[in-house]
Design a binder for this molecule. Structure first.
Ligand SMILES: [Mg+2]
Length: 229
């Protein structure tokens, strides 16, 4: 269907869904298998970071030599995907309040829907499927495209143009961390930060996001923001 010139790029964790224990466990299993590390990585702040970025940080913190990190890096990421897709039926992930309704409204208004997430692409879609909202999305920028979040935003924009003929300039990046907002800045995109992840509205205000919301529950407010620009 032809889109109406508006593009929304959604982050996944803390923005569209909450709870992803199996994703965390896939990470732990992969790190243990390829690097023999059993450390507890739950203390690391990985909000808004990409899967490859988190993996490298964990390994560097664990003192794994650079050469060894690089040798097994891709295999480790591939294993994470395998482990995740094998266990996703147990994943405790749920769409956040208002998300289904909002995605429906956007779709019915012919807004083009895409993703910008640090998740590896197969993990992103498996997670969304588990949460029952995968049908809304067909493209995006992912952790598998780049460890750097701005680069995956760029990738999502490129795919919107290439795959959907998108030529508009009303583009919204919707995410739950300062990193989501930062990643959108080089491209002058509008940003909506939501406090449904690990950051409060006060913390998100400081990022200079164009709009800061407590959640996506009030879909009328979100639609107003998106339709006004
Ligand atoms: Mg997030």
């Amino acid at each position: 269907m032809a889109h109406n010139g508006i593009l929304t790029l959604f982050d996944i964790d803390g923005t569209l869904v909450r709870g992803a224990r199996c994703h965390y466990m896939a990470f732990v299993h992969a790190v243990s298998k390829f690097y023999g590390m059993e450390e507890d990585i739950s203390g690391i702040n990985y909000a808004g970071k990409t899967d490859p970025q988190i993996l490298r940080e964990v390994l560097e913190l664990g003192g794994v030599p650079e050469k060894l990190i690089n040798e097994n890096f891709q295999d480790c990421l591939d294993y994470m995907i395998q482990d995740y897709t094998a266990n996703v039926h147990r994943e405790n992930v749920m769409a956040l309040s208002g998300v289904n309704k909002l995605l429906d409204k956007l779709k019915n208004n012919n807004v083009l829907l895409g993703l910008t997430t640090g998740n590896l692409e197969p993990i992103a879609y498996a997670k969304l499927e588990r949460a029952g909202i995968d049908d809304y999305f067909s493209f995006g920028g992912f952790g598998s495209d780049s460890p750097k979040r701005p680069c995956l935003v760029e990738k999502a924009l490129e795919r919107a143009r290439k795959l959907h003929g998108y030529q508009g300039d009303q583009i919204f990046v919707i995410g739950d961390t300062p990193r989501d907002v930062e990643a959108a800045k080089p491209f002058n995109l509008s940003t909506i930060a939501v406090a449904t992840g690990s950051y409060s509205t006060q913390e998100l205000e400081k990022t200079g996001a164009d709009h800061v919301l407590e959640s996506l529950t009030d879909t009328d407010t979100v639609m107003k923001i998106i339709n006004k620009n």
